[in-house]
Design a protein around this ligand. Structure first.
Ligand code: HEM
Length: 168
């Protein structure tokens, strides 16, 4: 691509590692971690399991999202199709623009999980731990699962847009 091959190669490596981490964790959560917890844990432990799992995973997701943004910016500026900020004149640029929009939506979902649903789950888990009723627990866990599926679906869409950019 250009004469700074190695740093760019390193950036691509980081970009793919961050992809693996973010999308890999999303997939693991919705395809087996949460379903297994739902199936095998006693009901009073389910909410605590979902909230602790989310608390464990979110920092890695935010870190990966930041690495993707930082490395992606460099990759973009190094690409021959890149015509400058908001210069959308070819298929590559449209695909990367679409990718940015979906990426922004994924960050919004991440923010909602971190700032709305994680506190709701933690509060419910605390109430249940003290033998108090937590009527919000099932709805909070269900909505969390739906948002994780939504983010995984959008991650798959980002990969499709990346493939379009690569094929441009
Ligand atoms: C969920 C977020 C993202 C995922 C999963 C993702 C995934 C990927 C993958 C797997 C590649 C490598 C494709 C290949 O070389 O075959 C790639 C390339 C690329 N990504 Fe991302 N990325 C994400 C976010 C971003 C962001 C936020 C930017 C820009 C700020 C970006 C800019 C790029 C660019 C410019 C390329 C090179 C495309 C090309 O070679 O034509 N990515 N991305």
């Amino acid at each position: 691509m250009n004469d700074s091959g190695y740093p760019l190669g390193f950036l691509y490596w980081l970009h793919m590692l961050a992809t693996l981490t973010w999308l890999g964790m999303q997939a693991a959560l919705v395809l087996w971690v949460l379903p297994l917890g739902k199936r095998y844990l006693p009901s009073e432990e389910k909410t605590a399991f979902v909230s602790r799992t989310l608390k464990q995973v979110m920092p890695w997701e935010w870190f990966s999202a930041l690495v993707l943004l930082a490395t992606g910016m460099f990759q973009m500026s190094a690409n021959p199709y890149y015509g400058g900020f908001l210069a959308i004149s070819n298929r590559w640029a449209y695909a990367i623009l679409g990718k940015h929009i979906v990426y922004g939506l994924m960050l919004t979902v991440n923010g909602t999980l971190s700032m709305v649903f994680l506190p709701r789950l933690e509060r419910a888990a605390l109430l249940l731990q003290h033998g108090r009723p937590a009527p919000d627990a099932p709805a909070a866990a269900r909505r969390t699962g739906q948002l994780l599926w939504l983010n995984l679906g959008m991650g798959v869409l980002v990969l499709a847009l990346t493939a379009l950019a690569r094929a441009a």
